[in-house]
Design a protein around this ligand. Structure first.
Ligand code: NAD
Length: 367
Protein backbone atom coordinates (compact mmCIF):
# COMPACT_ATOMS: atom_id res chain seq x y z
CA UNK A 1 0.00 0.00 0.00
CA UNK A 2 1.40 3.40 -0.87
CA UNK A 3 0.58 6.78 0.59
CA UNK A 4 -1.17 7.57 -2.67
CA UNK A 5 -3.89 5.01 -2.11
CA UNK A 6 -7.03 7.04 -1.59
CA UNK A 7 -9.88 5.27 0.17
CA UNK A 8 -12.19 5.34 -2.79
CA UNK A 9 -15.65 3.84 -2.61
CA UNK A 10 -16.68 2.67 -6.10
CA UNK A 11 -20.38 2.00 -6.56
CA UNK A 12 -19.85 -0.66 -9.18
CA UNK A 13 -18.63 -4.18 -8.43
CA UNK A 14 -16.39 -4.58 -11.48
CA UNK A 15 -14.72 -1.24 -10.77
CA UNK A 16 -14.12 -2.37 -7.19
CA UNK A 17 -12.69 -5.70 -8.33
CA UNK A 18 -10.42 -3.99 -10.85
CA UNK A 19 -8.79 -1.96 -8.05
CA UNK A 20 -7.14 -5.29 -7.30
CA UNK A 21 -6.47 -4.87 -3.60
CA UNK A 22 -8.77 -7.61 -2.26
CA UNK A 23 -7.25 -10.94 -1.34
CA UNK A 24 -10.43 -12.97 -1.59
CA UNK A 25 -14.15 -12.48 -2.20
CA UNK A 26 -16.26 -15.59 -1.61
CA UNK A 27 -19.88 -16.03 -2.68
CA UNK A 28 -21.57 -18.55 -0.36
CA UNK A 29 -24.74 -20.49 -1.21
CA UNK A 30 -26.42 -23.29 0.71
CA UNK A 31 -29.67 -24.51 -0.82
CA UNK A 32 -30.82 -26.46 2.26
CA UNK A 33 -30.80 -23.45 4.61
CA UNK A 34 -31.33 -20.75 1.96
CA UNK A 35 -28.02 -19.09 2.83
CA UNK A 36 -26.80 -16.47 0.39
CA UNK A 37 -23.79 -14.56 1.65
CA UNK A 38 -20.60 -12.83 0.60
CA UNK A 39 -17.34 -12.87 2.55
CA UNK A 40 -14.76 -10.26 1.57
CA UNK A 41 -11.16 -10.44 2.75
CA UNK A 42 -9.36 -7.21 2.02
CA UNK A 43 -5.87 -7.43 3.51
CA UNK A 44 -4.23 -9.91 5.90
CA UNK A 45 -0.79 -8.30 6.20
CA UNK A 46 -1.25 -7.66 9.92
CA UNK A 47 -3.11 -10.88 10.74
CA UNK A 48 -6.26 -12.79 9.84
CA UNK A 49 -9.05 -10.59 8.49
CA UNK A 50 -11.49 -9.58 11.23
CA UNK A 51 -14.90 -8.03 10.69
CA UNK A 52 -18.50 -8.59 11.66
CA UNK A 53 -21.29 -10.45 9.93
CA UNK A 54 -24.08 -8.14 8.72
CA UNK A 55 -27.55 -9.41 7.78
CA UNK A 56 -29.59 -7.15 5.54
CA UNK A 57 -32.24 -7.28 2.82
CA UNK A 58 -29.88 -6.75 -0.13
CA UNK A 59 -31.79 -6.87 -3.40
CA UNK A 60 -29.03 -8.58 -5.36
CA UNK A 61 -25.63 -10.23 -4.92
CA UNK A 62 -23.87 -7.20 -6.37
CA UNK A 63 -25.20 -4.91 -3.61
CA UNK A 64 -24.18 -7.43 -0.96
CA UNK A 65 -20.71 -7.84 -2.44
CA UNK A 66 -20.17 -4.08 -2.69
CA UNK A 67 -21.19 -3.60 0.93
CA UNK A 68 -18.97 -6.47 2.10
CA UNK A 69 -16.00 -5.05 0.21
CA UNK A 70 -16.46 -1.46 1.40
CA UNK A 71 -16.85 -2.61 4.98
CA UNK A 72 -13.90 -5.03 4.75
CA UNK A 73 -11.60 -2.29 3.53
CA UNK A 74 -12.81 -0.10 6.40
CA UNK A 75 -11.86 -2.83 8.88
CA UNK A 76 -8.32 -3.03 7.47
CA UNK A 77 -7.86 0.66 8.24
CA UNK A 78 -9.60 0.51 11.62
CA UNK A 79 -7.52 -2.37 12.98
CA UNK A 80 -4.28 -1.12 11.47
CA UNK A 81 -4.58 2.36 12.97
CA UNK A 82 -5.70 0.94 16.32
CA UNK A 83 -2.56 -1.20 16.60
CA UNK A 84 -4.55 -4.45 16.46
CA UNK A 85 -2.91 -7.36 14.65
CA UNK A 86 -5.86 -8.17 12.43
CA UNK A 87 -6.51 -7.51 8.77
CA UNK A 88 -9.83 -6.37 7.33
CA UNK A 89 -12.74 -8.55 6.33
CA UNK A 90 -16.51 -8.59 6.40
CA UNK A 91 -19.35 -11.00 5.81
CA UNK A 92 -22.82 -10.03 4.66
CA UNK A 93 -25.81 -12.35 4.68
CA UNK A 94 -28.65 -11.58 2.28
CA UNK A 95 -31.99 -11.75 4.08
CA UNK A 96 -34.34 -10.13 6.53
CA UNK A 97 -32.87 -10.49 10.04
CA UNK A 98 -36.39 -10.53 11.54
CA UNK A 99 -37.75 -13.41 9.43
CA UNK A 100 -35.01 -15.29 7.58
CA UNK A 101 -32.74 -16.45 10.41
CA UNK A 102 -32.31 -20.09 11.38
CA UNK A 103 -29.79 -22.28 13.13
CA UNK A 104 -29.16 -24.08 9.82
CA UNK A 105 -28.38 -20.81 8.02
CA UNK A 106 -25.75 -19.68 10.51
CA UNK A 107 -24.23 -23.15 10.79
CA UNK A 108 -23.95 -23.32 7.00
CA UNK A 109 -22.22 -19.92 7.12
CA UNK A 110 -19.96 -21.25 9.86
CA UNK A 111 -18.85 -24.08 7.57
CA UNK A 112 -17.99 -21.58 4.80
CA UNK A 113 -15.98 -19.51 7.31
CA UNK A 114 -14.22 -22.65 8.51
CA UNK A 115 -13.18 -23.55 4.96
CA UNK A 116 -11.32 -20.23 4.78
CA UNK A 117 -8.83 -21.80 7.18
CA UNK A 118 -8.61 -18.96 9.71
CA UNK A 119 -8.00 -16.20 7.15
CA UNK A 120 -11.34 -14.63 8.17
CA UNK A 121 -12.77 -14.26 11.70
CA UNK A 122 -16.34 -13.08 12.09
CA UNK A 123 -18.40 -11.28 14.75
CA UNK A 124 -21.69 -9.59 15.56
CA UNK A 125 -22.82 -6.67 13.39
CA UNK A 126 -26.01 -4.92 12.21
CA UNK A 127 -28.75 -7.59 11.97
CA UNK A 128 -26.88 -10.34 13.85
CA UNK A 129 -26.72 -11.23 17.55
CA UNK A 130 -24.50 -13.11 19.95
CA UNK A 131 -26.89 -16.09 19.65
CA UNK A 132 -26.20 -16.19 15.90
CA UNK A 133 -22.46 -16.17 16.67
CA UNK A 134 -22.89 -19.19 18.94
CA UNK A 135 -24.41 -21.14 16.00
CA UNK A 136 -21.45 -20.16 13.82
CA UNK A 137 -19.04 -21.15 16.63
CA UNK A 138 -20.38 -24.70 16.53
CA UNK A 139 -18.91 -25.06 13.03
CA UNK A 140 -15.72 -23.01 13.32
CA UNK A 141 -13.46 -21.55 16.03
CA UNK A 142 -12.99 -18.41 13.90
CA UNK A 143 -15.45 -16.15 15.73
CA UNK A 144 -14.24 -13.03 17.58
CA UNK A 145 -17.47 -11.77 19.15
CA UNK A 146 -19.01 -14.30 21.52
CA UNK A 147 -20.89 -14.28 24.83
CA UNK A 148 -18.64 -14.31 27.88
CA UNK A 149 -19.57 -17.93 28.68
CA UNK A 150 -18.19 -18.87 25.25
CA UNK A 151 -14.92 -17.05 25.88
CA UNK A 152 -15.96 -13.67 24.41
CA UNK A 153 -15.25 -10.22 25.83
CA UNK A 154 -18.88 -9.39 26.73
CA UNK A 155 -20.66 -6.08 25.97
CA UNK A 156 -18.47 -3.60 24.11
CA UNK A 157 -20.49 -0.38 23.68
CA UNK A 158 -19.29 1.11 26.98
CA UNK A 159 -15.72 0.51 25.76
CA UNK A 160 -16.51 2.32 22.53
CA UNK A 161 -17.74 5.24 24.67
CA UNK A 162 -14.49 5.23 26.69
CA UNK A 163 -12.51 5.35 23.43
CA UNK A 164 -14.59 8.27 22.13
CA UNK A 165 -14.06 10.13 25.40
CA UNK A 166 -10.27 9.54 25.36
CA UNK A 167 -10.22 10.92 21.81
CA UNK A 168 -12.41 13.88 22.80
CA UNK A 169 -10.03 14.92 25.59
CA UNK A 170 -7.10 14.94 23.14
CA UNK A 171 -9.12 16.85 20.53
CA UNK A 172 -10.01 19.47 23.18
CA UNK A 173 -6.37 19.79 24.25
CA UNK A 174 -5.26 20.13 20.64
CA UNK A 175 -7.92 22.45 19.29
CA UNK A 176 -8.96 24.46 22.34
CA UNK A 177 -5.63 24.24 24.20
CA UNK A 178 -7.53 23.18 27.29
CA UNK A 179 -6.58 20.23 29.49
CA UNK A 180 -9.99 19.83 31.11
CA UNK A 181 -13.57 19.34 29.88
CA UNK A 182 -14.86 21.61 32.68
CA UNK A 183 -17.48 24.09 31.48
CA UNK A 184 -17.46 22.97 27.83
CA UNK A 185 -20.68 22.19 25.96
CA UNK A 186 -20.90 18.85 24.18
CA UNK A 187 -23.81 18.18 21.79
CA UNK A 188 -24.57 14.45 21.63
CA UNK A 189 -26.67 13.09 18.77
CA UNK A 190 -28.18 9.79 19.95
CA UNK A 191 -28.42 8.58 23.56
CA UNK A 192 -28.07 4.89 22.70
CA UNK A 193 -25.59 2.19 23.68
CA UNK A 194 -22.60 4.47 23.06
CA UNK A 195 -24.17 7.94 23.43
CA UNK A 196 -25.52 7.28 26.95
CA UNK A 197 -22.26 6.12 28.59
CA UNK A 198 -20.40 8.85 26.69
CA UNK A 199 -22.82 11.42 28.12
CA UNK A 200 -22.11 10.13 31.63
CA UNK A 201 -18.34 10.45 31.11
CA UNK A 202 -18.70 13.98 29.75
CA UNK A 203 -20.90 15.01 32.70
CA UNK A 204 -18.56 13.35 35.21
CA UNK A 205 -15.78 15.56 33.85
CA UNK A 206 -17.66 18.80 34.38
CA UNK A 207 -18.98 19.55 30.90
CA UNK A 208 -22.55 20.46 29.95
CA UNK A 209 -24.51 18.28 27.55
CA UNK A 210 -27.09 19.00 24.91
CA UNK A 211 -28.70 15.81 23.64
CA UNK A 212 -31.29 14.68 21.09
CA UNK A 213 -32.74 11.31 20.22
CA UNK A 214 -35.63 10.23 18.00
CA UNK A 215 -36.55 7.79 20.76
CA UNK A 216 -37.95 9.86 23.66
CA UNK A 217 -37.57 6.91 26.03
CA UNK A 218 -33.79 7.08 25.65
CA UNK A 219 -33.90 10.64 27.04
CA UNK A 220 -35.99 9.95 30.15
CA UNK A 221 -33.02 9.08 32.44
CA UNK A 222 -31.40 12.45 31.65
CA UNK A 223 -34.43 14.77 31.87
CA UNK A 224 -33.79 15.96 35.45
CA UNK A 225 -30.03 16.39 35.22
CA UNK A 226 -29.12 20.07 35.85
CA UNK A 227 -26.39 20.08 33.19
CA UNK A 228 -28.33 18.27 30.46
CA UNK A 229 -30.50 20.13 27.96
CA UNK A 230 -32.75 18.01 25.76
CA UNK A 231 -33.28 19.48 22.29
CA UNK A 232 -34.97 18.45 19.06
CA UNK A 233 -33.27 16.19 16.52
CA UNK A 234 -33.11 19.01 13.97
CA UNK A 235 -31.41 21.34 16.44
CA UNK A 236 -28.66 19.14 17.89
CA UNK A 237 -26.22 19.44 14.99
CA UNK A 238 -26.37 23.19 14.69
CA UNK A 239 -26.83 24.53 18.25
CA UNK A 240 -23.56 26.24 19.30
CA UNK A 241 -21.18 23.96 21.18
CA UNK A 242 -17.51 23.17 21.72
CA UNK A 243 -17.80 19.51 20.66
CA UNK A 244 -20.38 17.81 18.48
CA UNK A 245 -20.54 14.03 19.06
CA UNK A 246 -22.52 12.17 16.38
CA UNK A 247 -23.53 8.87 18.02
CA UNK A 248 -26.51 7.87 15.89
CA UNK A 249 -26.17 7.84 12.11
CA UNK A 250 -23.55 7.99 9.39
CA UNK A 251 -23.38 10.64 6.66
CA UNK A 252 -24.31 13.55 8.94
CA UNK A 253 -21.60 15.89 7.65
CA UNK A 254 -22.33 16.97 4.09
CA UNK A 255 -21.13 19.71 1.83
CA UNK A 256 -24.60 21.27 1.79
CA UNK A 257 -24.81 21.58 5.62
CA UNK A 258 -21.18 22.59 6.17
CA UNK A 259 -21.94 26.25 6.83
CA UNK A 260 -24.37 25.40 9.61
CA UNK A 261 -22.01 23.62 12.02
CA UNK A 262 -21.36 25.82 15.02
CA UNK A 263 -18.72 23.77 16.84
CA UNK A 264 -14.92 23.65 17.14
CA UNK A 265 -14.62 19.85 17.23
CA UNK A 266 -16.49 16.86 15.77
CA UNK A 267 -15.76 13.66 17.70
CA UNK A 268 -18.30 10.84 18.00
CA UNK A 269 -18.92 7.15 17.52
CA UNK A 270 -21.06 7.02 14.36
CA UNK A 271 -19.54 5.19 11.41
CA UNK A 272 -18.89 7.05 8.13
CA UNK A 273 -19.75 10.50 9.47
CA UNK A 274 -18.37 12.31 6.41
CA UNK A 275 -20.55 12.02 3.33
CA UNK A 276 -17.41 12.62 1.31
CA UNK A 277 -13.93 11.86 2.71
CA UNK A 278 -12.56 15.21 1.51
CA UNK A 279 -14.85 17.14 3.87
CA UNK A 280 -12.11 16.88 6.53
CA UNK A 281 -10.29 19.71 4.75
CA UNK A 282 -13.46 21.75 4.27
CA UNK A 283 -14.18 21.45 8.01
CA UNK A 284 -10.65 22.54 8.86
CA UNK A 285 -11.08 25.62 6.65
CA UNK A 286 -14.08 26.49 8.83
CA UNK A 287 -11.98 26.12 12.00
CA UNK A 288 -13.48 22.75 12.96
CA UNK A 289 -11.27 19.83 13.95
CA UNK A 290 -12.61 16.53 12.65
CA UNK A 291 -11.54 13.54 14.77
CA UNK A 292 -11.67 10.64 12.25
CA UNK A 293 -14.53 8.27 13.05
CA UNK A 294 -12.69 5.00 12.47
CA UNK A 295 -9.99 6.06 14.96
CA UNK A 296 -12.41 7.46 17.55
CA UNK A 297 -14.92 4.56 17.52
CA UNK A 298 -12.46 1.64 17.53
CA UNK A 299 -12.77 0.98 21.29
CA UNK A 300 -15.28 -1.85 21.01
CA UNK A 301 -13.34 -3.55 18.22
CA UNK A 302 -10.08 -3.24 20.17
CA UNK A 303 -11.65 -4.64 23.35
CA UNK A 304 -13.34 -7.48 21.48
CA UNK A 305 -10.19 -8.52 19.62
CA UNK A 306 -8.11 -8.56 22.79
CA UNK A 307 -9.44 -12.06 23.53
CA UNK A 308 -7.21 -13.32 20.70
CA UNK A 309 -4.14 -12.27 22.76
CA UNK A 310 -2.19 -14.49 25.15
CA UNK A 311 -4.44 -16.13 27.77
CA UNK A 312 -7.74 -15.09 26.12
CA UNK A 313 -10.05 -12.41 27.51
CA UNK A 314 -8.30 -9.95 29.81
CA UNK A 315 -10.55 -6.98 30.56
CA UNK A 316 -7.83 -4.83 32.16
CA UNK A 317 -5.49 -5.34 29.19
CA UNK A 318 -8.35 -4.69 26.75
CA UNK A 319 -9.38 -1.45 28.45
CA UNK A 320 -5.78 -0.23 28.61
CA UNK A 321 -5.56 -0.68 24.83
CA UNK A 322 -8.85 1.19 24.34
CA UNK A 323 -7.47 4.11 26.36
CA UNK A 324 -4.59 4.39 23.86
CA UNK A 325 -7.05 5.82 21.32
CA UNK A 326 -6.28 9.32 22.60
CA UNK A 327 -2.53 8.86 22.01
CA UNK A 328 -3.24 7.49 18.52
CA UNK A 329 -5.43 10.47 17.70
CA UNK A 330 -2.70 12.85 18.86
CA UNK A 331 -0.18 11.19 16.49
CA UNK A 332 -2.66 11.50 13.62
CA UNK A 333 -3.34 15.18 14.33
CA UNK A 334 0.42 15.83 14.41
CA UNK A 335 0.84 13.94 11.13
CA UNK A 336 -1.96 15.97 9.54
CA UNK A 337 -0.33 19.22 10.62
CA UNK A 338 3.19 18.20 9.59
CA UNK A 339 2.26 16.83 6.16
CA UNK A 340 -0.59 19.26 5.40
CA UNK A 341 -3.24 16.56 5.20
CA UNK A 342 -6.88 16.58 6.22
CA UNK A 343 -7.37 14.66 9.46
CA UNK A 344 -9.31 11.82 7.81
CA UNK A 345 -6.64 11.39 5.15
CA UNK A 346 -3.92 11.54 7.83
CA UNK A 347 -5.66 8.67 9.66
CA UNK A 348 -5.64 6.62 6.44
CA UNK A 349 -1.96 7.38 5.87
CA UNK A 350 -1.17 6.41 9.48
CA UNK A 351 -2.91 3.04 8.97
CA UNK A 352 -1.27 2.45 5.56
CA UNK A 353 2.20 3.13 6.98
CA UNK A 354 1.68 0.61 9.78
CA UNK A 355 0.58 -2.03 7.26
CA UNK A 356 3.54 -1.20 5.03
CA UNK A 357 6.14 -1.32 7.81
CA UNK A 358 4.79 -4.51 9.35
CA UNK A 359 4.57 -6.06 5.88
CA UNK A 360 8.22 -5.23 5.23
CA UNK A 361 9.28 -6.62 8.62
CA UNK A 362 7.36 -9.84 7.97
CA UNK A 363 8.92 -10.25 4.53
CA UNK A 364 12.40 -9.81 6.00
CA UNK A 365 11.62 -12.47 8.60
CA UNK A 366 10.60 -14.93 5.89
CA UNK A 367 13.84 -14.72 3.86
P1 NAD B 1 -27.88 2.49 19.27
O1 NAD B 1 -28.85 2.02 18.27
O2 NAD B 1 -27.79 1.82 20.60
O3 NAD B 1 -28.07 4.04 19.55
C1 NAD B 1 -28.33 4.97 18.55
C2 NAD B 1 -29.31 5.98 19.12
O4 NAD B 1 -29.46 7.02 18.16
C3 NAD B 1 -30.69 5.40 19.40
O5 NAD B 1 -31.11 5.74 20.71
C4 NAD B 1 -31.56 6.04 18.32
O6 NAD B 1 -32.91 6.24 18.74
C5 NAD B 1 -30.85 7.34 18.09
N1 NAD B 1 -31.11 7.97 16.80
C6 NAD B 1 -31.34 7.39 15.60
N2 NAD B 1 -31.52 8.33 14.66
C7 NAD B 1 -31.38 9.53 15.26
C8 NAD B 1 -31.44 10.86 14.82
N3 NAD B 1 -31.71 11.18 13.55
N4 NAD B 1 -31.23 11.85 15.72
C9 NAD B 1 -30.97 11.57 17.01
N5 NAD B 1 -30.92 10.30 17.49
C10 NAD B 1 -31.12 9.30 16.63
O7 NAD B 1 -26.45 2.45 18.52
P2 NAD B 1 -25.01 2.51 19.18
O8 NAD B 1 -24.52 1.13 19.39
O9 NAD B 1 -25.03 3.47 20.33
O10 NAD B 1 -24.16 3.12 17.99
C11 NAD B 1 -24.25 4.48 17.65
C12 NAD B 1 -23.37 4.74 16.43
O11 NAD B 1 -22.02 4.38 16.73
C13 NAD B 1 -23.77 3.91 15.20
O12 NAD B 1 -23.47 4.68 14.04
C14 NAD B 1 -22.82 2.72 15.25
O13 NAD B 1 -22.58 2.17 13.99
C15 NAD B 1 -21.57 3.40 15.80
N6 NAD B 1 -20.66 2.47 16.50
C16 NAD B 1 -21.08 1.79 17.58
C17 NAD B 1 -20.21 0.92 18.24
C18 NAD B 1 -20.63 0.15 19.47
O14 NAD B 1 -19.77 -0.40 20.17
N7 NAD B 1 -21.92 0.09 19.78
C19 NAD B 1 -18.89 0.76 17.77
C20 NAD B 1 -18.49 1.49 16.65
C21 NAD B 1 -19.36 2.35 16.01
Amino acid sequence: MSDNVVWEQPDNLMEFMSMGDFENVVFCQDAASGLQAVIAIHDTTLGPAGGGCRMWTYLQYEDAALDAMRLARGMTYKYAAAGVNLGGGKCVVMGNPFVDKSEGLFRALGRFIDRLGGTYWTGEDVGTTLEDMVYIRQETPHVITLPEEWGGAGPISAMTAIGVFEAMKIAVAYQLEQESMEGLTVNIQGAGSVGAPLMQLVLDHGANVRVADINQQALVPWSAHPRVEIVGVDEIGYAPCDVFAPCALGGVIRRENLERWNTRIICGSANNQLWDAKLDVALEERGILYAPDFIVNAGGAIFDADRLGPGGVNHARGEAKVRQIGATLRKILELAEKEHLGTFRAAEVYAERRIQSVGEATRLRKF
